[in-house]
Ligand binder design. Structure first.
Ligand code: GRF
Length: 300
């Protein structure tokens, strides 16, 4: 059954490579090639999800006028490109840490222009923490157990991350609320990955397998990971990137979780690459977009 599902899902994926979306719509799956109301979108090999902005030249130019780019002083579109500083990443985990591994591997193989300089976990024996120790990445336990909490406060965490010169914080299955001190110390610099297409199936209680069970029970035909900025609530920050996974009629929560996790690894490494290359731009209304690597006038 899984093999059949796999090939069906793969054929659905391949149909996403030439997505067409209605003008002015950010999200669409179905393509209607013959309709004049639909515009073709070029997709980029690693971002084949529907979370794409229409890329007609006029639209891109209009968008360009209104975008603010974090670290923009370091970037120019004209060649030769200025050298971009390698970024320092902190990763937060509570579990197995497969996303952490995928990002770490991407830093080692050169596809992410940054380094994982510290791992933060609330569970010092979790798989992610073990992997960090094996890879000689410093591990910080936060929050500490109740009786030790006074010994390492949220301010201490901020100061420690600053001492590692952390540029970006990537939450990858970290199950504790991020202290407000940290959110304020790192504005527009903390990301989280969630295993559903937010804003659906997010918020309190939606974690782990609960998410996938709820997706299947709802009858939703598509799911997939979302990467979003972190604010002071659960799963409410601005969406930065998504990938779409079809939900098949006979999917179990475990099967869907495995497909979504597979997409998470690709998406988080791609987003980490964009962050480290300073390709995030902020639309006037506060929505973050990713500037395509191949063409700075396209957004993902
Ligand atoms: C992922 O499904 C992620 O979406 C969620 O927690 C899980 C972490 O998995 N936030 P792993 O520890 O990276 O394997």
């Amino acid at each position: 059954m899984e093999t059949q599902n796999a090939s069906f899902r793969t054929s659905l994926y391949s149909s996403f490579h030439s997505i067409q979306i209605p003008q002015n719509h950010l999200f669409s799956i179905l393509s209607k090639p013959d309709s004049p109301k639909w515009v073709s979108l070029k997709t980029h090999c690693s971002f084949s999800s529907a979370a794409l902005l229409a890329n007609s030249k006029t639209q891109s130019q209009n968008i360009n006028k209104k975008l603010e780019c974090k670290g923009a002083s370091d970037i120019e579109d004209d060649n030769p490109k200025p050298k971009i500083r390698r970024k320092n990443l902190a990763i937060f985990v509570s579990g197995g840490g497969s996303n952490f591994r995928s990002i770490h591997e991407a830093t080692l193989n050169g596809s992410v222009h940054g380094d994982v300089v510290v791992l933060v976990t609330n569970k010092q024996d979790c798989g992610g923490a073990e992997y960090a120790r094996d890879s000689r990445i410093p591990v910080i336990v936060f929050p500490k157990k109740k009786d030790e909490q006074k010994s390492f406060s949220a301010e201490d965490l901020v100061n420690t991350l600053r001492s590692f010169k952390v540029d970006f914080i990537l939450l990858a299955g970290y199950l504790k609320l991020i202290p407000v001190e940290l959110v304020r110390a790192y504005p527009k610099s903390i990301l989280n990955i969630h295993p559903s297409l937010l804003p659906a199936f997010g918020g309190k209680g939606f974690y782990g397998m609960n998410v996938h069970k709820a997706v299947i029970a709802s009858g939703a035909r598509y799911s997939g990971p979302t990467i979003h900025y972190v604010d002071e609530e659960y799963d409410t920050g601005r969406i930065l990137a998504q990938r779409v996974v079809p939900v098949l009629a006979n999917d179990t929560a475990e099967e869907l979780a495995a497909w979504v996790l597979h997409e998470e690894h690709i998406l988080y490494a791609d987003v980490a690459a964009a962050l480290c290359e300073e390709r995030i731009v902020w639309r006037e209304d506060g929505v973050p977009l990713i500037r395509a690597k191949e063409n700075p006038n396209d957004y993902l």
